[in-house]
Design a protein around this ligand. Structure first.
Ligand code: DC
Length: 218
């Protein structure tokens, strides 16, 4: 088998991409890149600099100077960080600034891994259009809001289902309607609606798809 084996996972907020990506990476020994964390890192660095309504130039500068240490911060998961991430992700100069990091990671995964699982919104369409496996996860807004709500409750954090639902709808609308790299499934992506599936079921389906693709490549 030649080259890096790439599994691209796209889909809307809270569809379960991160959980699935980690399971696949562990099982197949692949490196994992959560590209949403890059956009969240840009947003967090802007918020920390007091720039809560940045211009495109300010946001692009933050993306070019992104501190990798910030990508481990628990603050990345904050709702305000996710919302600003979705705003800066619509700016072409920010996407361009993060492009080569993502492509390099996929082509030459760290730690000598034989490939990478990369999740985001435009991985199968823009960043890794040649990936041998493309998965597009969806789930109803109600299912995604309920999962977020339970996650927050489990962490004893304040959770308001109506507010979470409204935020997911707003984020979906922004991510899908932007002009540059909007959220959309690649033509050759496997679509999976996870609304009524457990994570074990989603993983089992993904595993079959990946194993088939690996056999085809060898
Ligand atoms: O997956 P996430 O919720 O951590 O992503 C945060 C925001 O970043 C999301 O609203 C859209 C944006 N994003 C993007 O535009 N492209 C990606 N490849 C990943 C995330």
């Amino acid at each position: 088998m030649s080259g890096s084996f790439i599994v691209a996972i796209d889909g809307p907020a809270a569809a379960g991409k991160g959980t699935l990506a980690r399971l696949i990476a562990d099982y197949f020994g692949l490196a994992y890149l959560d590209t949403g964390a890059l956009y969240r890192g840009v947003a967090l660095s802007l918020i920390e600099a007091g720039l809560t309504a940045p211009t495109e130039a300010e946001a692009a500068a933050a993306a070019l100077n992104l501190d990798p240490g910030l990508l481990q911060s628990p603050d990345l998961r904050r709702e305000d960080v996710g919302n600003l991430a979705s705003v800066v992700a619509a700016m072409p100069a920010v996407r361009a600034a993060l492009d080569s990091f993502q492509r390099n990671f996929a082509a030459r995964p760290p730690g000598g891994a034989p490939g990478a699982v990369v999740d985001g919104r435009d991985i199968g369409t823009v960043i890794c259009p040649g990936a041998p496996v493309k998965l597009f996860l969806t789930a109803s807004v109600a299912a995604r809001a309920a999962r977020r709500f339970l996650e927050l409750q489990a962490k004893a954090r304040p959770a308001d289902l109506a507010q979470i639902t409204a935020e997911i709808e707003a984020r979906d609308a922004r991510d899908a309607s932007r002009a540059t790299a909007p959220l959309k499934a690649a033509e050759d992506a496997h679509l999976m609606d996870t609304s009524n599936l457990s994570i074990d079921e989603v993983f089992a389906r993904a595993k079959t798809i990946i194993e088939t693709a690996r056999q085809t490549r060898t």
